[in-house]
Design a protein around this ligand. Structure first.
Ligand code: KIV
Length: 274
């Protein structure tokens, strides 16, 4: 097995070790995971972070946006992931309206996730306007990953999934937001779909790691939606998704063979029966 194919040595990943990786220059690897089997595979090969993303609203539940996802949905999926994971840091996305409404709501809902599932951190979308919430959560012992740029919970404000912060005004605001989040105690910040040069500037401007999705190579780490990189979401083809598999085609081929075998009396054989 070549080094490129070798699994990364499993080690227990914490928010502290993730922060340290910025200092040592080791790139942070993150993928989303929503269920036991995929989480177990990710953990076995040494992924650093499994993000139980509210993208499950799209790829698991089939919604148009992430807005309908509930705290109970997140807890259900996070519990399945948690049962599989020995080493990776599990981060749970807090869904729309579970933290934006007040510090009290954020404490109650993030507290539920931490207490009922036992994960390492939560992720919140937004900048300066949620800084007070982030500061309070961190103060009471709930680590927070920030998320800036194309934040999907704000899709109705943006009106489009196009690249964010291409103009200097929004770019300057994003850099300021990243600094405020880091100052409030966020241990890392996801940067979604922003120009690479801006992501580089943010990464240089904050002491905590940035984790990019569609934000270029200058981030401290990368994250993708696991079904996108596996080639299961065939119709979704943004340039930032590199496909590491063609699972949709592979699965269709397997399903077709099964149907043909059952219809043709080829399955099950004697040795597959009791
Ligand atoms: O919900 C999610 O999967 C995410 C990633 C795309 C960063 O927030």
């Amino acid at each position: 097995m070549s080094t490129a194919q070798a699994d990364h040595r499993p080690r227990v990943v914490t928010t502290r070790s993730v922060m340290n990786m910025k200092k040592t220059g080791e790139k942070i690897t993150a993928l989303t995971g929503y269920d036991f089997l995929i989480a177990r595979l990710l953990d076995q090969v040494g992924i650093d972070i499994i993000l139980v993303g509210d993208s499950l609203g799209n790829v698991v539940q089939g919604h148009e946006t992430t807005l309908p996802v509930t705290v109970d949905d997140m807890i259900y999926h996070a519990k399945a992931v948690k049962r599989a994971v020995k080493n990776a840091l599990i981060v749970v996305d807090m869904p729309f309206m579970s933290y934006q409404t007040s510090v009290d709501d954020a404490v109650r809902n993030c507290g539920r996730v931490m207490k009922e599932v036992g994960v390492g951190a939560v992720k919140l979308e937004g900048g300066a306007h949620i800084a007070e919430i982030v500061r309070h959560l961190v103060r009471i012992g709930i680590p927070v990953m920030g998320h800036l740029g194309l934040t999907p919970q704000a899709i109705n404000k943006f009106g489009t999934y196009e690249v964010r912060a291409t103009e200097e005004g929004e770019a300057a605001e994003l850099i300021a937001d990243a600094k405020v989040l880091a100052e409030a105690g966020a241990f890392s910040i996801v940067l979604e779909k922003i120009p690479s040069e801006l992501a580089r500037r943010v990464t240089a401007a904050v002491p905590v790691p940035t984790i990019g999705i569609g934000a270029g190579a200058g981030c401290d780490g990368q994250v993708l939606v696991v079904y996108d990189m596996l080639g299961m979401t065939e119709e979704f083809k943004p340039r930032f998704v590199r496909r590491y598999g063609e699972m949709a085609e592979g699965m269709r081929a397997a399903f077709r063979r099964y149907i043909a075998d059952v219809k043709g009396g080829e399955f099950p054989r004697r040795e597959e029966s009791y």
